[in-house]
Design a protein around this ligand. Structure first.
Ligand code: ATP
Ligand code: MG
Length: 336
């Protein structure tokens, strides 16, 4: 499934087909926390059945983007732009509408998911509650649905797990219970925010495969948020690379890995350890940026070897090469 090992994964050049309303269309999204601008002018779309990656370093604006999509930002945050789910605008929608969307239409696996479970209630009670908020089902049916989903997530003894408290489960099992809570009401879009980063490397891949397997079986779209390009390579169809709250580059995974355009993408790829590659591992020099007020320059300029005075004077507009859209005045395909 990886562009690194050459085996094919579903690839489409753009989110939806001609005349097809995408499952999710994000346009010009911005999120501010007081003076801090977490997200500026982010646009992308996700189709049914597609796995869309959002990748970037800590502080890039990944979670703020995801929380903005489902209206889960603190009341002090300011959000702008447009988020349409199956054509319906969610920005400015009522709290009731957004509450209904969360869980039953858009499932969200939080970045700090392992602490999201209530420690004093059984997994079964928590899953039943999620389902009953969205569907009029009796407790017995809800428990049956929960057991079926846990079995689908390859939990060996679903009945026992349903009766267990979170602390009685291993990290990998707890993460599967959290994923089950996001999936149980059968949402059409799943936002998975760093779902495996708290897990042991050996179980990370397994949990990702299980999550994506269930989503694929249901034809759900997935937004896979990660700081790990390896996860992107293994799981995503298309990807947006975030830096300083903007989409630095967006492409299908093959184009991104074969022909990165943005120097930040290039640097991320070089900082990625690869099996069998003995060349030096190159961390990106400098540290991530925090943006205050309106963004008026390329956020990567201060860490970029290719940056010129133009990069410090304006945000680069979107440029296109094939399936790739990027914001850079000095892309990697132009010799310097
Ligand atoms: N509630 C908040 N109040 C103030 N600033 C915030 C808040 N949440 C996020 N930020 C700021 O917004 C920016 C983007 O944060 P965000 O959490 O979206 O990053 P991220 O890409 O998800 O990072 P990580 O990989 O660490 O999860 C950062 O500069 C962060 O400090
Ligand atoms: Mg985050």
């Amino acid at each position: 499934m990886s562009p690194l090992d050459g085996s094919p994964h579903v690839v489409s050049g753009s989110g939806a087909g001609v005349n097809e309303v995408p499952l999710l269309q994000v346009e010009d999204l911005s999120v501010r926390f007081g003076a801090v601008t977490a997200v500026s002018s982010v646009s992308f779309s996700v189709s049914k059945g597609e796995v869309f990656g959002v990748v970037g370093e800590s502080g890039a604006g990944k979670s703020a983007t995801a929380r903005g999509i489902i209206g889960l930002l603190p009341s002090t945050a300011r959000i702008g732009g447009s988020v349409r789910f199956k054509g319906e605008e969610l920005i400015g929608a009522s709290r009731t509408r957004l509450r209904r969307a969360r869980g039953s239409e858009i499932g969200y696996v939080f970045q700090d998911a392992l602490t999201a479970l209530d420690p004093v209630r059984t997994i079964g009670a928590q899953l039943v509650e999620v389902l009953q908020v969205h569907r009029s089902v009796r407790k017995k049916e809800a428990l049956e649905a929960a057991a079926e989903l846990l079995a689908e997530l390859q939990i060996a003894d679903p009945a026992r797990t349903l009766n267990a408290y979170p602390h009685q489960l291993s990290g990998g099992m707890r993460q599967r219970a959290v994923i089950a809570a996001a999936l149980i009401a059968d949402p059409e879009l799943i936002i998975a925010d760093e779902v495996t980063s708290a897990l042991d490397v050996t179980v990370q891949r397994k949990v990702l495969d299980l999550l994506l397997g269930v989503c694929a079986a249901r034809g759900a779209g997935v937004i896979m948020i990660t700081h790990d390009l390896g996860v992107v390579a293994q799981t995503c169809d298309r990807v947006a690379v975030l830096y300083g709250g903007i989409v630095a580059e967006q492409a299908d995974v093959y184009s991104l890995f074969d022909r990165p355009m943005h120097p930040y993408t290039g640097a991320l790829l070089q900082s990625m350890p690869r099996i069998g590659d003995t060349s030096e591992f190159k961390p990106i020099p400098g540290s991530a940026i925090q943006i205050f007020g309106d963004l008026r320059f390329c956020p990567f300029a201060e860490r970029c070897a290719r940056a010129g005075a133009d990069c410090r004077r304006a945000v680069p507009p979107e440029s296109t090469r094939g399936n790739t859209v990027f914001r850079c005045f000095h892309p990697l395909d132009v010799p310097q």
